[in-house]
Design a protein around this ligand. Structure first.
Ligand SMILES: CC/C=C\C/C=C\C[C@@H](O)/C=C/C=C/C=C\[C@@H](O)CCCC(=O)O
Ligand SMILES: [Zn+2]
Length: 607
C-alpha cells in the first residue's frame, strides 16, 4: 500500500488552478506541488492518480519526462516523474502537472440541473476520503502527508465555488468574461483526503462570528435555523480540546445524493440534507458536533494510514459525546453510547463476527477502504476510550489526556502504537492498571460494555412489550410514545430491529397507533421502513425504495436496498429500481449498493 511505501519526498504545498467544465464533466488545469527531498540524489518521484489524463509535467520550469504505471482497481495508476536534475536531501523542487480529470472520476459527482433543488443550474461536489483525491488531483494521496494548499477555480458566472479552505476573493476570469475565478487559501497543513470542492448555485447566510451555512437558496433559511447552535458547539469544543486553528467553520448542505451524514472538510463541513428535519422532530445535531470535533481529531491529529482510522473516528465520537455531555447531560452521553454500541453490533453482524474487518486495527492489504468502512472504528474506538476513561478516573481526567494527545500530535499523523505509548507516558502513575487492559482483545475481538440505561429504560420496556405480546394488541395505546424524545424513538426502533421480524399484524397496529409513517426525521423513518419491510408489509416496499433513492446517504440507502433484496418476492424489484437509478447515483454509493445486490458492474438497466 502506498502509505507503507517509505516516502522519498514530501509535499509541502499544493497550488491548484482548475477550470470546472460542466459540459465535458471534467476539471482541467494544473497542480503545482512543492516537494521536499528526503534523500540525496533525488530525481524520481511517484504521485497517485486515478483515471487522470496527464498532459505535461515540468520541474522548476523545465520539461520533465513521466510514465503512467499499470492501473489498480481502487488504487489507480502511479505517475512516475523523472526530474531533469538531481536534488539533495532537504532541498525543494516545484513540480507542475497539467492534467484533466475523467467524467467518471470517483471523487466527483456531476449533477444535472434536474438533480438540484433549483432545477436550473448544474452542480458538482467532491468526496475524497479515503482514496479518491487522486482521481481529482495528482498528489501523494496518503493521510501521512500533510501540506498547505492554495487554489483558483474558474466556474460559469452564475455559479459559486467553495473549497475546504478560507475564501480569498473572486474576480472575472481573465480568459473568459462568462466565468468567475474563486480563490482559496488553506494555510494549515492537511492531508489530501481533506481537499474538497463544490460548484453550484450556492447562497450563504451568517450563523455565527466565524460561521456561515451554504446551500442552494431553497435550503439556506432552513439550514441556518437548523444549525444555529454551531458557535455554541464550537466554543464547547474549544473548552474541551483547545483552540480552533482553522479560522472559519462553515457548513455546506449538499444535494440528497451526498453519500455521508457529514464530512469534516476543513473550514467547510459537508452535510447531508437528511439532517434537515423540517423542524418537526429536530434532533440530528450530533452529526455537526461530530464534524466540529474532527477539527481536532482527524484534521489536526490524523491517522497515519487507513488501518489506524479508529484514531480519527473513535476520538471524534468521544469528543462529540463530550460536547453532548456539556450541552445536554451525562445521561444523554450514556444514552448515545448505548445507541452506538448497537450500531457496532450491526456492523459485526454484517461483516460476520470473525471477520478481520471487525478489528480495531484491521489489515487493509488489498482491501478497498470503502468496503472496510463501518461503525467499528467509530464505536469500538469509542468503547475502548470509554473503558479507559472509567479505569483512569472519569470523563474530566480522561478528556485532559485527549486534549494533551491533541496538543502533542497536532499537525502530524499518528499510528496506534504512538497513541498507546503516549497514553502510557501520560498516565505514568497508573501503568499497572493500563497493563491489565486486555489490549489484544480490544484490538482483535468484539468486547462488551455496559452504559447507564436511565434514558433507555423506557425504550427497552416498550420494545420488550411488542416483542413478547402474542395476539392481544389491546394493551398498546397512542400515548405509549408521547413521552419519548426523538432520540428515544430511534432507540425503540433500533431495539426492535435487533430481534426477529415482528408479525405483520403488530407492525400495522403500530402504524395505527403511533402513525410512524408521518415522521420525516430521517433516522426514525429509515428504521421504521426497515422494520416494515422485514415484517413483509408489501405496501411499504415502494416507500422504502423511495427513501433509498430520493436521498443517497449510504447509511440509509444501502441497508434499505438490502432489506428489500432480502424480501424474496421483491428481490428483482430492488435490483430493477437500483439499475433504473444507478446512473444518477454517487459513484461510490452506486458501487457499494451494486455489491450488496450482487449486481455486475456491466449489468444494464433493461428498461
Ligand atoms: C477501516 C476502514 C478504513 C478506512 C475507511 C476510510 C474511509 C472510507 C470511505 O468509505 C469514506 C468514508 C467517509 C465518511 C464520512 C463521514 C462519516 O462519519 C459518515 C457516517 C455515516 C453517516 O452518518 O452517514
Ligand atoms: Zn467522523
Amino acid at each position: 500500500q502506498e502509505e507503507k511505501r517509505a516516502h522519498r519526498c514530501l509535499t509541502k504545498h499544493l497550488n491548484l488552478c482548475l477550470n470546472v467544465d460542466f459540459t465535458k464533466r471534467v476539471l482541467k488545469g494544473r497542480a503545482t506541488l512543492t516537494l521536499e527531498a528526503l534523500e540525496d540524489r533525488f530525481s524520481v518521484l511517484t504521485l497517485d492518480t486515478r483515471d487522470l489524463k496527464i498532459i505535461s509535467v515540468s520541474a522548476n520550469g523545465q520539461e520533465a519526462s513521466f510514465t503512467l504505471g499499470s492501473k489498480h482497481s481502487f488504487k489507480g495508476t502511479p505517475l512516475e516523474i523523472r526530474l531533469p536534475f538531481d536534488i539533495s536531501r532537504g532541498q525543494h523542487v516545484i513540480v507542475e502537472v497539467k492534467y484533466e480529470t475523467s467524467p467518471s472520476a470517483t471523487a466527483l459527482q456531476w449533477l444535472t440541473p434536474e438533480q438540484t433543488a433549483g432545477k436550473k443550474y448544474p452542480y458538482l461536489f467532491s468526496q475524497c476520503q479515503a482514496h479518491h483525491c487522486r482521481s481529482m488531483v495528482p498528489c501523494q494521496d496518503s493521510p501521512s502527508v500533510k501540506h498547505t494548499y492554495y487554489a483558483q477555480v474558474s466556474v460559469p458566472k452564475d455559479l459559486v465555488a467553495v473549497m475546504s479552505a478560507v475564501r480569498d476573493g473572486h474576480e472575472m476570469d481573465p480568459q473568459d468574461s462568462e466565468r468567475i475565478v474563486y480563490r482559496f487559501r488553506q494555510p494549515v497543513p492537511m492531508p489530501s483526503y481533506l481537499i474538497a470542492i463544490v460548484a453550484g448555485a450556492l447562497e450563504s447566510r451568517e450563523i455565527g462570528p466565524r460561521s456561515r451555512v451554504w446551500s442552494e437558496k431553497e435550503f439556506v433559511h432552513q439550514a441556518a435555523s437548523e444549525f444555529s447552535e454551531t458557535e455554541q458547539m464550537l466554543q464547547t469544543a474549544e473548552k474541551l480540546a483547545g483552540p480552533y486553528v482553522w479560522g472559519q467553520y462553515d457548513i455546506l448542505v449538499l444535494p440528497p445524493s451526498f453519500p455521508y451524514g457529514g464530512m469534516e472538510n476543513p473550514c467547510l463541513t459537508f452535510a447531508t440534507p437528511t439532517l434537515l428535519c423540517l423542524n418537526l422532530y429536530s434532533c440530528l445535531h450530533q452529526v455537526i458536533a461530530h464534524e466540529i470535533s474532527h477539527s481536532w481529531t482527524g484534521n489536526l491529529v490524523t491517522n497515519k494510514t487507513w488501518e489506524h482510522f479508529w484514531l480519527n473516528e473513535g476520538h471524534t465520537v468521544y469528543l462529540e459525546r463530550m460536547i453532548g455531555r456539556s450541552m445536554e447531560s451525562e445521561q444523554f452521553r450514556q444514552f448515545k453510547a448505548m445507541g452506538g454500541w448497537k450500531d457496532l453490533q450491526d456492523s459485526v453482524n454484517t461483516f460476520g463476527p470473525n471477520s478481520p474487518l471487525t478489528n480495531l486495527v484491521p489489515s487493509l492489504q488489498d482491501v478497498d477502504p470503502d468496503d472496510a468502512f463501518s461503525s467499528v472504528p467509530y464505536e469500538k474506538g469509542f468503547a475502548l476510550l470509554y473503558h479507559l476513561e472509567e479505569l483512569m478516573g472519569g470523563p474530566e481526567v480522561f478528556m485532559e489526556f485527549v486534549k494533551s494527545y491533541i496538543q502533542m500530535f497536532a499537525y502530524s499523523s499518528v499510528t496506534t502504537d504512538q497513541w498507546k505509548n503516549y497514553l502510557f507516558t501520560y498516565f505514568k502513575d497508573k501503568v499497572d492498571i493500563l497493563n491489565k487492559v486486555d489490549w489484544n482483545a480490544w484490538m482483535y475481538t468484539p468486547c462488551v460494555i455496559m452504559y447507564d440505561t436511565t434514558l433507555a429504560d423506557a425504550c427497552i420496556a416498550l420494545s420488550q412489550k411488542w416483542i413478547k405480546v402474542r395476539s392481544d394488541l389491546n394493551g398498546f395505546k397512542e400515548s405509549d410514545i408521547k413521552t419519548l424524545s426523538s432520540h428515544q424513538l430511534i432507540e425503540f426502533l433500533s431495539l426492535l430491529l435487533q430481534e426477529d421480524p415482528l408479525p405483520l399484524t403488530h407492525v400495522k397496529k403500530m402504524q395505527d397507533l403511533y402513525n410512524l409513517n408521518s415522521y420525516m426525521n430521517s433516522e426514525i423513518r429509515f428504521r421504521w421502513l426497515r422494520l416494515c419491510v422485514r415484517s413483509k408489509w408489501e405496501e411499504m416496499v415502494p416507500v422504502a425504495l423511495k427513501m433509498a433513492t430520493e436521498q443517497g446517504r449510504l447509511k440509509f440507502t444501502r441497508p434499505l436496498f438490502r432489506e428489500v433484496y432480502t424480501f424474496e418476492k421483491y428481490r428483482e424489484e430492488a435490483v430493477r429500481v437500483f439499475l433504473a437509478h444507478r446512473a444518477a447515483m454517487h459513484p461510490v454509493t452506486a458501487g457499494l449498493v451494486a455489491k450488496a445486490l450482487k449486481v455486475e458492474q456491466s449489468q444494464s438497466t433493461g428498461v
